[in-house]
Design a binder for this molecule. Structure first.
Ligand code: ARG
Length: 589
């Protein structure tokens, strides 16, 4: 990345300075990567940890240095002069600590207010990615696991998009498979006028699925018909194709209700899409000698796994794995994606491990998993009920997502009405705020945890205005907006004429944290961890409230202009975090 691209990326700008210094310090080692990290405030803002590693490379080779601390001293001395740096020091075994100049920090914050926060977007080493997320199964339940996939996947897509990556948001719906035989036969049987049937007539598609399964399991004549139906469907028989498309459409409309509420955009390319590619892909794998015969099935053995990956079942049919191999091939070769990301529960880990290993054996992916093109499984844990078991509601076996979102909204609305100010609101405002708060709470409660841990779904907790919740954050943002509003000043005018200053220690802490936004987003993208961004956001709200706003008078102070601009910069970064987390901001509380 060039200098223009590093604007707002403190860590990389500091690293650039150290890169120059390292080369000058030990000219014989030109390939040393600067190791720079943010550090505890006691030592400084950033720290370079190269001295020890460098020392072990050069010791005994007639170097003038006497040990890591002297290497550290030299690294510090060789830093090129820069207005970024206020002071440096060497600690312990050669750690070089850097304190950034507050004037330089302030200048960059002021600049962001004028140029916009998108100038702070990190630059990732890739141009195009596929995020395969949500991906429910037609006519089966869309359960909380799919909700997690939808929420996590959307956030990852947003973060990558913000970071200049073109993202293909793929809904890999389960729309192909043997279950369609029984669904189609049941549709014919139940609705003689099946061509006119819509979601209203079918009612609950899950119940429809269950009923057809029951017929399949208990009636051998029906079962035989259903099995024939699969063959006819896969052979492309128009009537069966049409019935299949209709069932998919009904299911799709249901999924859509959830996506609409969550504000999630996805493009469907379901399992059926890749079906035509399977034979060719398997042929290629066969030619490369990867496919073997095992107990009537065709399989791929991959390193470190006891069981093989079945790619053609013993009845000759394709399966989940054959489809995923074809999809991976398509994404690499047709769509030219450099990073392919799959968001599903951790239960599918082995499946993806095996598919990726097979792809490496086939030379589709480099053996070194940190190089691009790259495939990554983004696994997540369970959503649990209060009892610590898989989340279910009282009367139904699975939680319907729409009901869950309804309840979140109803509850947040009730809480808003309880707050006195809600009376001043129009019905529209109340509705919109209830949605922003309710849906935001559900999303944030999910995203704030490390995705691999199971978490307990608890409405009271997620809708509380205290602690690390979306409600607390939404209120913090609205409060900042109201500080600016109540000052009576025109913030756009102040942006043009005013400047941020960071003279008070709490102003400086806030300013530094704001400027770390870019590297945090980059880290969240690199490790595909939305909770990293949540943690940053929560800390930002805490620093603003507990440090800056508690200790620095804004309105009526001598620093009013600077501090109002600092409020605006904070609100801007918070809103960008909200956007990346799929949360809608509110402006009034
Ligand atoms: N339909 C699958 C499920 O509900 C998830 C699909 C994930 N994507 C993939 N390419 N396999 O479990």
């Amino acid at each position: 990345a060039n200098d223009e691209e590093n604007i707002g990326h403190l860590k990389r700008q500091v690293a650039k300075l150290f890169e120059v210094s390292l080369k000058a310090t030990v000219p014989s080692e030109q390939d040393v990567e600067p190791l720079v990290a943010a550090c505890t405030a006691k030592f400084g803002d950033y720290q370079c940890n190269n001295a020890m590693g460098l020392w072990s490379r050069i010791k005994g080779k007639g170097t003038e240095f006497r040990g890591p601390p002297s290497v550290g001293q030299a690294i510090m001395k060789n830093l090129p002069p820069s207005e970024m740096i206020e002071s440096c020091s060497v600690a312990g075994p050669g750690f070089v600590n850097v304190v950034l100049s507050k004037d330089w920090l302030a200048k960059n914050l002021t600049k962001m207010l004028i140029d916009g926060i998108d100038t702070w977007a990190p630059h990732l080493p890739i141009k195009k990615a596929v995020v395969d997320f949500s991906s429910p199964n037609i006519a089966k339940e869309m359960h909380v696991g799919h909700l997690r996939s939808t929420i996590i996947g959307d956030t990852l897509a947003r973060m990558l998009e913000f970071s200049h990556v073109e993202v293909l948001r793929r809904n890999h719906v389960g729309d192909w498979g043997t279950q369609f035989g029984m669904l189609i036969e049941y549709l014919f049987e139940k609705f003689p006028n099946w061509e006119d049937v819509n979601e209203a007539a079918i009612g609950d598609l899950q119940a429809f699925y269950k009923a057809s399964k029951q017929r399949f399991d208990t009636d051998s004549v029906f079962k035989e018909k259903a099995q024939k139906a699969v063959v006819l469907l896969q052979g492309g028989e128009p009537k069966y194709r049409k019935a299949w498309a209709q069932i998919c459409e009904i299911s799709r409309n249901e999924f859509h209700l959830v996506y609409k509420r969550l504000g999630v955009h996805l493009e469907e390319k379901g399992e059926s899409f890749y079906n035509p590619y399977i034979p060719g892909v398997l042929e290629e794998l066969s030619e490369k000698g990867l496919i073997e015969e095992s107990q009537g099935a065709r399989v791929i053995f991959v390193e470190g796994e006891k069981i093989p990956l079945i790619v053609v079942k013993s009845d000759g049919g394709y399966n989940y794995a054959s489809t995923d191999l074809a999809a991976l091939w398509y994404r690499l070769n047709e769509e030219k994606a450099e990073w392919i990301i799959y968001v599903t529960d951790v239960g599918q880990q082995q499946h993806f491990d095996m598919v990726f290993k097979a792809a490496k054996r086939a030379d589709w992916l480099p053996a070194n998993g940190s190089l691009y093109p790259k495939a990554t499984h983004v696994a997540f844990g369970l959503v649990c009920g209060e009892d610590g078991k898989r989340f279910r509601t009282r009367n139904t076996e699975v939680v319907r997502l729409v009901d869950l979102l309804d309840e979140a909204k109803t509850r947040s609305k009730a809480a808003l009405i309880e707050r006195e100010k809600a009376e001043e609101w129009t019905a529209d405002e109340l509705e919109q705020t209830a949605e922003a708060v309710g849906y935001g709470a559900v999303k944030y409660a999910d995203l704030k945890n490390n995705r691999l841990t199971n978490y307990v779904f608890n409405f009271d907790q997620m809708l509380s205005d205290k602690g690390n919740t979306a409600v607390y954050l939404l209120y913090a943002h609205a409060r900042i907006c109201s500080i600016i509003r109540k000052s009576g000043k025109d913030i756009e005018e102040l942006k043009k004429t005013g400047k941020i200053k960071l003279d008070h220690p709490d102003e400086r802490i806030l300013g530094l944290h704001l400027l770390q936004f870019s590297e945090v987003v980059e880290e969240a993208c690199a490790n595909l961890l939305p909770n990293v961004l949540c943690e940053y956001l929560y800390n930002l709200a805490e620093i603003f409230t507990k440090r800056f706003y508690s200790n620095c008078q804004v309105v009526g102070s001598a620093e009013e202009t600077s501090r109002l601009l600092l409020c605006e910069a904070t609100a801007t970064v918070i809103r960008k975090c909200f956007y990346l987390l799929g949360i809608a901001p509110v402006y009034k509380i």
